[in-house]
Design a protein. Structure first.
Lengths: 101, 101
DNA sequence: GCGTCCAATGCTGTTTCGGTATGGCCGACA
DNA sequence: TGTCGGCCATACCGAAACAGCATTGGACGC
């Protein structure tokens, strides 16, 4: 059952939320950027940390600071989002070319 | 707004569903493999096709056959899932090393 | 025509999720 | 020291999403 069982409970939404928070170092600001409010975004981060079984941010007085695990995850997260983006574009390209030509 | 807006409505669940159906060429069988029933899985595929704006499968009498767009997406889909898997493992490794050592 | 196998759809109960309101923490400032 | 302001976390609630059951509809084999 090694498969990709771990993937199951991680969601792209959580990954996007994580990246936004990592870049803003501030949940409220990241929330606005994602057209969301602070509480659900805060929960996204908690859920992600829970799913991964590791703390990704240090909660400081001024906001959120990446922990080593978070920095490691950030690199993967960006790659994942880029990969998804590429997948979408590729499909549209293939389908578009065949449909249009 | 180019960003990764397209990522938004695609979910890892849908991607996993897609891969399972692509490999089984049969929704019911894929559903069982995913510990799901046929109707929701059928809807996953429809939702994914809708989000991507392209048909991924040809519905044949005997089941589901990948269309060119689907084959292209499959390659990306596998990479995405592998990437997520790697991300999870990396985080656990980093956090584990620091926690344990 | 009838039974079979397949995917798609209607419906419903449950779960998930986002938003509002609030709490708790901590530093700045007078 | 007391108040204010910024920050993340939590409680609660209404709405949307989701899975499962039951059923439909299409296509082949007998």
């Amino acid at each position: 059952m090694a498969d990709s069982a771990r993937v199951a409970d991680v969601s792209l939404t959580h990954i996007q939320s994580f990246v936004a928070v990592a870049e803003e170092c501030n949940v409220g600001r990241a929330a606005r950027r994602l057209h969301l409010t602070q509480p659900p975004l805060s929960r996204h981060i908690q859920a992600l940390e829970d799913e991964l079984g590791a703390r990704l941010f240090e909660r400081t007085r001024g906001g959120m600071r990446l922990l080593p695990a978070g920095e490691a995850f950030l690199r993967h997260a960006r790659r994942i989002l880029a990969e998804v983006d590429a997948a979408v574009l590729t499909v549209r390209d293939v389908a578009g070319n065949r449909a249009g030509g």
